[in-house]
Design a protein around this ligand. Structure first.
Ligand code: WT7
Length: 692
C-alpha cells in the first residue's frame, strides 16, 4: 500500500536509551524512576507547580474524561466563549467510517458564533482593551509598531466595513497574499468578522501557484501589498499578483478587485504598476470606514477558511476548516501546550501563510487574549543573533519555532545566542518535522538555559491544532518525542492491513474518532477527502505519517509515508515538483524523492531524464531549477538534479522510489531486490552518474 518512507529520519530518531525507564503509569503512581533518567527531561518543580496541568494524574484524569465524555468535556470548554445561540445537545456528530457512508464531521452544530468577536470584542469586554494584542517587528531592526486589543479591533472593523461595502459577504472567498505585516492577521480577522472565507496564500508562492489557488477558490477579492523586504532582498509581490491575475483571467476566473497595501519601507506607490478599475490602495479607502462593525453571526459549521496544502498528487488540496470547533480547539491547545498565562509574550516564527500561523499566530493566541509578536523579516538578518535580540527586546516568554531554524542557528554557533540574555523565555516550542535529539538538546540547553520545557507539537494542516504534544508541566520529556495525545485525541498505530498494534511498535499513525479542530472537507472535492484520508484504513483518519510508540507510551513521529516531503517544515508533494520539472520543454521525465538534509530536515532530490538529443549541461540544470521556482516557489527548488538516462520502473509501470531514495542517500549497499524492474541495468547507469 504505502512504503514506510523516510528511513533516515527514523534511524536518527530511534530514541536514545532503551531499558529501565519507568512507564508514565509509574510516574502517575509516584513510583521512583528507575535508572536512565538521562532520557527523561523533567520540568522544574516550580514550573510544574504553577502550570495549568502540573502532574501526570491531572493530565490522565482530564484525558480520560475527554475520551469517555467528549460532549461534556468540550461543552464545558466551549461555554467559556461567546455564542449567539447554543449548540445542539449532541455536541458532536460524526461518521468517519467510509463503510457506513459519506464522511461527515460536525461539532457544536446549531451553535451560532463568530471567531473574530471571540478573539477581539470578548477580550475587550473582559477589560483587556488596553493590553497589547500585537507587537510588530519589521525587517530592519528598529522598525516596529504595536496595537492594543482595542486598536486592533478598530482596524479589523474598518477593513470589514470596506469589504462589506464592495460587496464581499458571508460565504464569499477572499485570497490574502501578504507577508508578515500586521495587516495579515487583520485581514484574516476582518474576513472572519463578516463571515467571508479567507484563503491565505504564503507570499513565497509563485504567480503560477497563486493563480492555481485563485482559479480553484474563485475569490471576490485579492488582498496583497506592493512589495516586501526580507533580509537584504526586495520582493515585488504586486508583480506576482499581476501575473497570477492574467493567468486566472485566461482560465476563466477574473478577479475584479485587488486591494493593495502600500508597504512604504519596501516600495513607494509611484513605482508600483497599477491597473485602474481593479487595483485599489488600502490606505486610500480602508481608513475612511467606521471603526465599528457589527459581526456576522455564523453557524458553527459554516466555513472559516481554506488553506491549500500539498498532497501526493500534483494538485494542491483546499483544506476546509469551519468556525466553532476550530475556535474551541485552537484556543484550548494553545492554552495547555504552551501553559499560557496572561503575562506571556508569545512569538511564533512561522508565517501566517501556513496552518501554524493560522492556528498559533492569529486564532489560538488571540482567543486567549495573548500578546503576539509578528515578525516581518528573516531570522538571520542582519545577523544570526536577530531572534535573540527580538526575544530580549519584547521579553518573549514563549517561543515557537521549527527544527530547521534551530539547526541553522545551531550551526552559526552558540556565541550569537549567549550574547543575549533570554531570561524572559519560559517555554519553547517546535513544529513542522521531527526534531532530532541533538537539535532538541541544543535548543533546550543553549537557547533555554536548561530551564524551559520544549513543546514538540505534532499536527497537520488538516488537524487544525495540536494532536500529539507535550503538556509542559505535566510529565518528563524525551528529546525528539512528541510524547502523548492532546485531550480528545485517540492516536492508534496500525499495520499494513489496518490492524491496531498495541504496546511498543512502529506503523502507520491513524486517529480514531473526530476532534473539534478537524478539517471537514477538501474544497470542492469531498470524494478526494474520503479517498485520501479515510479510505486507506477504513474506520480511521489516516495521517500520512509513520510513528513508533516506545514502551513508556511516548510517540516518536518518523516522517511521511506517502509521496510528500517536508523541506524546512514546508510540505511539498513530490508530484508537484515532478510536474513543474516536466513542464520544462527539455525534460522528458522526472522522479523526485526526499533525502536527509542537515539543516532543512529533508532536501529535494530530482532524477531527470532529458528529451532525446538534449545534452546534459549546467545551463539546462539551472533552467530546470528555475522552472520549479517559477511554478511553485523558491522554497521548492530541488537541491540536486541527478541526470537519469532512464527512471527505474516496475513491470506495472510504477517508479521504484525505494531504490531512488537509496541512490539519493548514497546507500548503495541497501538497494535490495531489483529483479522486479523492467530493466535492472538502469540502476547501474544511475549509480555511474552520481557526481556527474
Ligand atoms: C506534516 C504536516 C502542523 C504545522 C506545520 C506543518 C510533519 C509536523 C511535526 C512534529 C514530527 C511533524 C508531519 C505532518 N510534522 N509537526 N512535531 N514532529 N513531524 O503542517 O504542512 O500540514 O505538515 O508535518 O509529517 O504530517 P503541514
Amino acid at each position: 500500500l504505502l512504503g514506510m518512507g523516510s528511513a533516515p529520519h527514523h534511524d536518527r530518531l530511534r530514541h536514545v536509551g532503551s531499558g529501565g525507564i519507568s512507564r508514565l503509569n509509574a510516574v502517575v503512581l509516584g513510583e521512583a524512576l528507575a535508572a536512565e533518567e538521562n532520557d527523561l527531561v523533567f520540568p522544574s518543580h516550580d514550573f510544574s507547580r504553577h502550570a495549568h496541568i502540573s502532574s501526570p494524574e491531572q493530565y490522565q484524569n482530564m484525558y480520560e474524561r475527554s475520551i469517555e465524555d467528549p460532549a461534556g468535556f468540550w461543552s464545558d470548554i466551549a461555554s467559556q466563549f461567546c455564542w449567539k445561540k447554543r449548540w445542539n445537545p449532541e455536541v458532536c456528530s460524526e461518521n468517519i467510517d467510509v463503510r457506513r457512508g459519506a464522511v461527515k464531521i460536525e461539532w457544536f452544530k446549531g451553535g451560532v458564533t463568530n471567531i473574530c468577536y471571540n478573539a477581539l470584542d470578548r477580550n475587550i469586554e473582559a477589560g483587556n482593551g488596553d493590553k497589547v494584542a500585537l507587537y510588530w517587528e519589521g525587517n530592519e531592526p528598529g522598525q516596529d509598531a504595536q496595537l492594543t486589543y482595542a486598536q486592533m479591533l478598530e482596524k479589523v472593523c474598518q477593513l470589514a466595513n470596506y469589504l462589506k461595502n464592495v460587496g464581499v459577504g458571508k460565504g464569499d472567498t477572499v485570497i490574502i497574499y501578504l507577508p508578515m505585516l500586521m495587516e495579515l492577521p487583520i485581514a484574516m480577522l476582518a474576513c472572519a468578522r463578516i463571515g467571508a472565507i479567507h484563503s491565505v496564500v504564503f507570499a513565497g508562492f509563485s504567480a503560477e501557484s497563486l493563480s492555481q489557488r485563485i482559479v480553484d477558490s474563485k475569490p471576490k477579492a485579492v488582498i496583497s501589498c506592493n512589495a516586501v523586504c526580507r533580509g537584504a532582498k526586495v520582493i515585488h509581490l504586486k508583480e506576482i499578483v499581476d501575473t497570477a491575475l492574467v493567468e486566472s483571467v485566461n482560465s476563466g476566473v477574473p478577479v475584479d478587485l485587488c486591494l493593495i497595501f502600500e508597504n512604504k519601507s519596501a516600495m513607494k506607490r509611484e513605482s508600483t504598476k497599477w491597473q485602474i478599475g481593479r487595483d485599489v490602495w488600502w490606505e486610500d479607502v480602508v481608513p475612511q470606514f467606521p471603526t465599528k462593525c457589527l459581526v456576522e453571526w455564523v453557524d458553527a459549521e459554516d466555513p472559516l477558511f481554506l488553506l491549500y496544502t500539498s498532497g501526493s498528487t500534483g494538485k494542491p488540496k483546499g483544506v476546509l476548516h469551519t468556525n466553532g470547533g476550530y475556535m474551541v480547539y485552537t484556543a484550548t491547545t494553545f492554552k495547555y501546550a504552551f501553559d499560557y498565562k496572561p503575562s506571556d509574550v508569545y512569538w511564533c516564527t512561522a508565517d501566517c501563510g501556513w496552518i501554524t500561523g493560522h492556528s498559533y499566530i492569529t486564532y489560538g493566541p488571540l482567543l486567549n487574549g495573548a500578546t503576539i509578536l509578528v515578525f516581518e523579516g528573516a531570522p538571520s538578518y542582519p545577523d544570526p543573533g536577530r531572534c535573540w535580540d527580538i526575544v530580549d527586546k519584547y521579553k518573549v516568554t514563549i517561543l515557537y519555532t521549527a527544527p530547521t531554524l534551530v539547526r541553522a542557528l545551531m550551526r552559526d554557533g552558540d556565541e550569537y545566542v549567549t550574547r543575549y540574555s533570554r531570561k524572559s523565555l519560559r517555554i519553547l516550542g517546535s513544529v513542522g518535522e521531527p526534531i532530532n535529539p541533538s537539535a532538541w538538546r541544543w535548543f533546550y540547553n543553549v537557547v533555554g538555559d536548561s530551564r524551559c520545557p520544549i513543546s514538540d507539537t505534532w499536527w497537520q494542516t488538516e488537524t487544525g491544532g495540536f494532536m500529539i504534544t507535550p503538556i509542559p508541566g505535566a510529565w518528563p520529556q524525551k528529546p525528539g518525542s512528541a510524547t502523548f495525545p492532546f485531550f480528545g485525541i485517540q492516536p492508534v498505530i496500525v499495520d499494513e492491513k489496518g490492524n491496531e498494534i498495541e504496546g511498543e511498535c512502529t506503523g502507520y499513525l491513524c486517529i480514531k474518532k473526530s476532534w473539534p479542530g478537524a478539517f471537514r472537507s477538501l474544497y470542492g472535492d469531498h470524494e478526494r477527502y474520503e479517498t485520501t484520508y479515510f479510505k486507506p484504513f477504513a474506520g480511521y483518519y489516516f495521517t500520512g505519517d509513520g510513528c513508533s510508540r516506545d514502551k513508556d507510551g511516548y510517540h516518536w513521529l518518523t516522517g511521511r509515508v506517502d509521496d510528500v516531503i517536508n523541506v524546512s517544515g514546508h510540505r511539498i508533494g513530490t508530484a508537484e515538483v515532478e510536474s513543474a520539472l516536466v513542464s520544462h520543454p527539455h525534460c522528458a521525465e522526472a522522479a523526485v524523492v526526499g533525502v536527509d538534509h542537515e539543516v532543512k530536515g529533508q532536501g529535494i532530490y530530482a532524477f531527470v531524464t532529458l528529451v532525446d538529443g538534449i545534452p546534459y549541461s549546467e545551463e539546462v540544470r539551472k533552467s530546470l531549477i528555475l522552472a520549479v521556482r517559477n511554478q511553485i516557489g523558491a522554497f521548492a527548488a530541488p537541491d540536486k538534479i541527478h541526470w537519469a538516462p532512464a527512471i527505474p520502473k516496475t513491470t506495472s509501470g510504477k517508479i521504484m522510489r525505494r531504490i531512488l531514495r537509496k541512490i539519493a542517500s548514497r546507500r548503495l549497499d541497501e538497494l535490495g531486490d531489483t529483479s522486479t524492474l523492467v530493466d535492472p541495468s538502469v540502476v547501474d547507469q544511475l549509480i555511474a552518474l552520481i557526481d556527474h
